[in-house]
Design a protein around this ligand. Structure first.
Ligand code: ADP
Ligand code: MG
Length: 250
């Protein structure tokens, strides 16, 4: 089993992952290693496979070939306990993360109580602590539609954190927000990084990716065409296609 440069085993590892939908090959030969306490940014044009990669990592999609490990355990092994794996991974999507008919607090305590068996009082105490940290203490009893888009995404992050995940997957969590609300959500991700959370995020926010990511993967047509530090990929891309993409988007 390979290890990250620091010597610690990767939190997430993908090897030769292939994913098809019917005749179309959406991911081909994907290799990825995510070291503990690091941030990996997936960048690339729409349709390049970023969301599919994240969905495969969380076993929301079944892969056609290759293998995926979480903390050294092969989670794509047919004998792996998929529910147990998903309990160790937090996910936040672009939008519609919260259940509209439940208060913010109930949204956040649902999984810890139902899936992890945490008693209500403890789940609520933890939830309130997290809401406080993310500046949402006064929103605990509100319904999602009373929150701004930025507040909703912050609450969605709290919900993902409430189960104390080993890994957080964030799929374009600012893409549906008004520009003035993007910063507050990205700041939360920065804070989580400072606290040592391991994250993989798909993003179109190149300035943010450059700033926060330890590792950047440029996806193109379902392959990781280029991978490196943020400095390398943004500052001195090796591939012409990466250059073209960055010229277009930055
Ligand atoms: P990205 O997140 O980079 O925009 P996606 O992972 O969403 O890319 O999509 C990659 C490709 O896979 C696209 O061509 C998309 O149309 C296709 N795709 C994604 N999900 C499905 C699906 N459930 N069925 C068929 N094709 C899909
Ligand atoms: Mg996507």
């Amino acid at each position: 089993m390979s290890t990250a440069p620091g010597g610690e085993a990767p939190v997430l590892r993908m090897e030769s992952v292939r994913k098809t939908f019917g005749d179309s090959v959406v991911l081909r030969d994907i290799g990825l290693e995510v070291a503990p306490h690091t941030v990996t940014a997936l960048i690339g044009a729409s349709g390049s496979g970023k969301s599919t990669l994240l969905r495969c990592a969380n076993l929301l999609e079944e892969i056609d070939d290759g293998a995926i490990w979480l903390d050294g355990e092969e989670i794509t092994d047919p004998r792996a306990d998929q529910d147990a794996v998903r309990r160790r991974i937090g996910v936040v999507f672009q939008a519609y993360n919260l259940f509209p008919h439940m208060t913010v607090l109930d949204n956040i305590t649902l999984a810890p109580r139902r899936v992890h068996g945490v008693v209500r009082a403890e789940a609520e105490e933890r939830a309130r602590g997290l809401l406080e940290r993310l500046g949402l203490a006064d929103k605990a009893d509100a319904y999602p539609d009373r929150l701004s888009g930025g507040q909703q995404q912050r609450a969605a992050i709290v919900r993902a954190l409430a189960v104390r995940p080993r890994l957080l997957l964030l799929d374009e969590i600012t893409a549906a927000l008004d520009p003035e609300l993007v910063g507050e959500v990205l700041n939360v991700v920065r804070d989580l990084k400072d606290e040592g959370m391991t994250m993989v995020l798909a993003t179109h926010e190149m300035g943010f990716a450059r700033d926060v990511a330890d590792q950047v993967c440029f996806l193109d047509g379902g392959v990781v065409l280029e991978r490196g530090t943020a400095e390398q990929v943004f500052g001195d891309p090796r591939q012409e296609r990466t250059r073209r993409f960055l010229r277009r988007i930055v």
